[in-house]
Design a protein around this ligand. Structure first.
Ligand code: ZN
Length: 134
């Protein structure tokens, strides 16, 4: 794990402890590294009306955007309490695609720090992006 990945992992683990997951009992944390080096974290926030649930990755990205971070994600780290690290879901991949570059990296980890990394285009090829709307 690089120094940056360790910072992302620690931020994601802190957020994971705050997850609101009374329905799935899946406690997820995420942290994103933005282009200026800033880090934002998030946890999943479930809702009794299930469609209102938002994943940790999207919470982290929405926080970054709403706080004025540059709209470019360099790295995303997702941590779950499952033994096998969970990758971002399809909704989150689409939201990441909005702010990703060809170099954006996705790291999935469990709480013990077992981590697997992917280049974003590898896990979300042929993404629909803002370029399609030009
Ligand atoms: Zn998701």
């Amino acid at each position: 794990m690089t120094e940056i990945q360790k910072k992302l992992f620690d931020a994601a683990c802190d957020a994971q402890k705050r997850a609101h997951a009374p329905y799935s009992s899946a406690f997820i944390g995420a942290a994103v590294l933005m282009a200026d080096g800033s880090i934002y974290s998030g946890c999943n926030v479930e809702n009794a009306s299930f469609g209102g649930t938002v994943c940790a990755e999207r919470v982290a990205i929405f926080k970054a955007v709403s706080e004025g971070a540059p709209k470019q994600v360099k790295e995303v780290l997702v941590v779950s309490d499952a033994e096998k690290p969970w990758p971002p879901c399809g909704f989150c991949r689409q939201v990441i695609a909005e702010f990703a570059t060809e170099q954006t990296m996705i790291h999935t980890a469990n709480l013990q720090g077992k981590m697997k990394s992917f280049a974003f285009p590898e896990i979300f090829p042929e993404a629909f992006t803002p370029k399609h709307l030009d």
